[in-house]
Design a protein around this ligand. Structure first.
Ligand code: FAD
Length: 332
């Protein structure tokens, strides 16, 4: 524990591009590193990724550890874990953050097991206790009814996976200087137990949802499938994507990949309509960082109004047709 120093971020690369969540984590990691007065490092693995190291510095890192090796061309637990473990054993870190993406979660849990350290999954808030130099990783717990702050007191590094779109990336500073350390690990393909033969991309509407500028989300308050059709009508009028709550999904009004929240998607559109949605914490964690939130609910005390920028108290079945009419007028 004594030698551990510095905050590390796993830099996830897909299709030769750094994942947004890794840039967000460099922003969050920068704050933690500044508080602890230690360097922030990015761990960049892959094949032909060296050229991305300067971007890692522009987004806030002081150091980038690069392992550029053909064996790391596509993500595989074993190869990536070996690379991370070698770096972690050689350079040591006190905090190590990963995006809570499928690969980030997979890698973090394998690394935590190998290093016999703790891992907090799906974190939504990060801070440090400066006196004890402890990472405070918070996440919803007990069905989202409370926020639990989880500490890893006795082992290093303290690890966490962090949900995409929760932290804020810094604006890139193209004048920023840092140290790039290339490591030759001589990984051998024949030592790997798995081969990636082919990658088949799933085409879902979810991809659109995370990139959508405007989302119209409906909840159980829409009443029935016919009522929920109003959500589609409004979305179509303003060129928005449709989404909803878990209760709306469970009612069969929309597919699971369009569910927003703790067990669904996290989104940060410019505008989020929350209609007939009570504002349960499990839903709110997935949309609270939207730039502007407009809530429509017939209950003036609905918790959704606590996170809304603007609130309309009224029956959605009356309000939505009026909104559609107004939007149509405006676009004439
Ligand atoms: P309700 O809570 O029933 O709210 C309906 C709202 O509509 C009410 O506020 C009501 O006043 C209003 N309303 C009714 N009629 C009208 C009308 N005519 N006009 C206007 N307003 C009206 N939920 C998620 O959304 N996403 C998740 O990822 C998620 N994950 C979960 C994970 C766990 C472990 C658990 C335990 C729960 C999870 N939930 C999730 C469920 C969550 O707790 C809530 O039950 C759910 O979000 C409520 O959905 P709702 O707002 O559509 O329905």
């Amino acid at each position: 524990m004594g030698e551990s120093l510095g905050v590390w971020v796993f830099i996830e690369v897909n299709d030769k591009k750094i994942e947004g969540v890794s840039l967000e984590l460099l922003g969050a990691g920068r704050q933690l590193a500044d508080k602890l007065n230690v360097p922030l490092a990015g761990v960049l693995l892959g094949d032909g990724v060296k050229n991305l190291a300067s971007d890692v510095i522009y987004y806030g890192a002081d150091i980038v550890y690069v392992v550029d090796d053909p064996v790391l061309k596509l993500y595989r637990t074993e190869a990536y874990m070996k690379a991370v473990i070698s770096l972690a054993e050689k350079y040591k870190s006190e905090i190590f953050l990963y995006g809570a993406t499928p690969n980030g979660k997979d890698l973090a849990s394998a690394v935590a097991t190998d290093l016999s350290t703790g891992l907090t999954a799906d974190t939504t808030m990060l801070d440090v206790d400066l006196d004890k130099r402890l990472l405070e990783a918070s996440r919803p717990a007990f069905g989202g009814n409370i926020m639990a702050t989880i500490l890893c007191k006795k082992h290093r590094p303290q690890m966490a996976t962090v949900r995409p779109k929760v932290m804020q990336a810094l604006d890139p500073d193209h004048g920023r200087q840092g140290k790039i350390i290339e490591e030759e690990l001589h990984l051998r393909e024949e030592d790997m137990r798995t081969r990636v033969l082919r990658i088949v991309k799933e085409v879902t509407k979810t991809a659109n949802l995370s990139e959508a500028d405007v989302i119209v989300a409906g909840g159980k308050g829409m009443g029935d499938p016919q009522g929920f059709q109003l959500i589609h009508d409004l979305a179509e009028t303003i060129g928005a994507s449709v989404a909803g709550t878990r209760d709306a999904v469970e009612a069969g009004w929309l597919p699971h990949e369009l569910q927003i929240g703790q067990t669904g998607e996290t989104v940060t559109p410019k505008l989020y309509f929350a209609i007939g949605i009570s504002g349960a914490i499990q839903h709110v964690v997935g949309m609270k960082n939207s730039e502007l939130i407009i809530a429509i609910n017939k209950d003036p005390n609905a918790p959704i109004f606590d996170v809304a920028t603007y609130g309309i108290v009224g029956d959605a079945h009356e309000v939505i047709p009026k909104l559609i009419q107004q939007f149509k007028e405006l676009s004439k």
